[in-house]
Design a protein around this ligand. Sequence first.
Ligand code: HEC
Ligand code: HEC
Length: 294
Amino acid sequence: MVINRQMALTKENKLISRLTSPQAVKRALTLVLSLSLFPVVSALSGCSDSQVNVKADSALVSTKATEGSHEPIWPNDDPSIPDGKGIYEKQNCASCHGADGKPVEGKSKIDFSDKAWARKQKPVEQYDFITFGKKAGETVEHPVVRDKLRPSEIWNLVFYVRSLSTPPLTDAEIAELDPVFGANCAVCHGKKGYGNGPLMKANTLQPLPANFQSFPRFYDRDDETLWDHIANGIKWEGMPNFLGKEDRRNKAKFDEPYIWRMVGYIRHFHESNKTEIATREAAKKEAAEEAKSH
Ligand code: HEC
Ligand code: HEC
């Protein structure tokens, strides 16, 4: 956690030095000039809510993972962990990584079932590694699946690998956490995590609350960062800190393990413990119910 804070500080320092360079001064002047045109432009384009959302959502997204010629292709549905299991078996990943994620001697050293390792892994970097064989800018030698699997299948694989250390919450666990999320988070993030809670609608928050359904944002986060942001909040950004707090009504005490469960809850908005077919059918049903209630 300390590391994350330090990383954030380094980022801030970088920003400050960037802001004080001669180019930055020039850029600032250009910005002032273009800002004076802004009211005219926005009046013409009718600057919509969704534009604002996209901008706020990409604010914290780093581009490092997507540098170079290969870009990840985001899924259009929640990746399915059970489907990923089937692909892991078919692609023979187990021959080096073991059926349970434990390394096979002489083949690999990484233990997929190790929580401490897994919590530092960003989904998008795992996707890049498996798809293109690259890691933080360098090319590595590893079987790649770019010509064998569809992007959605690769995302299934990524989330299956992640599940070997951190099983997704069961439906019962999700149901248990629903009221806690509803009472403590939904006012900003919305009941379904779209970042559209009542406080956001009143337009009082800047930046806007995170949209947990956003693949580019949340696949660029490791679990440790999510834990840190829920535990310690995000200073100056409207995200409160929860570590040590209590919700007596729902019998929730936000201690360390409880915040890990909240991380699992955030993840459930953009991963699935059902097969792809079941996920699609559930989404259809939900959309129909939503349409009926309007
Ligand atoms: C021929 C052996 C072999 C096969 C097959 C194989 N891997 Fe690997 N994998 C490795 C080795 C070696 C590493 C490097 C790290 C280590 O274990 O030392 C690695 C690392 C990884 C990593 C971690 C990358 C990181 O962040 O460092 C992931 C994720 C991964 N493999 C996924 C897969 C998946 C998914 C499959 C099946 C499509 C697969 N591997 C098939 C040998 C293999
Ligand atoms: C008062 C409004 C508010 C409440 C209540 C709130 N959040 Fe947030 N949250 C925010 C805002 C605003 C951001 C976006 C900050 C940013 O973009 O820098 C955010 C961001 C986040 C993030 C994303 C951090 C990242 O790494 O991108 C997570 C995870 C999160 N909140 C979880 C929660 C959880 C879990 C709860 C309830 C226990 C909660 N929030 C309650 C306003 C709120």
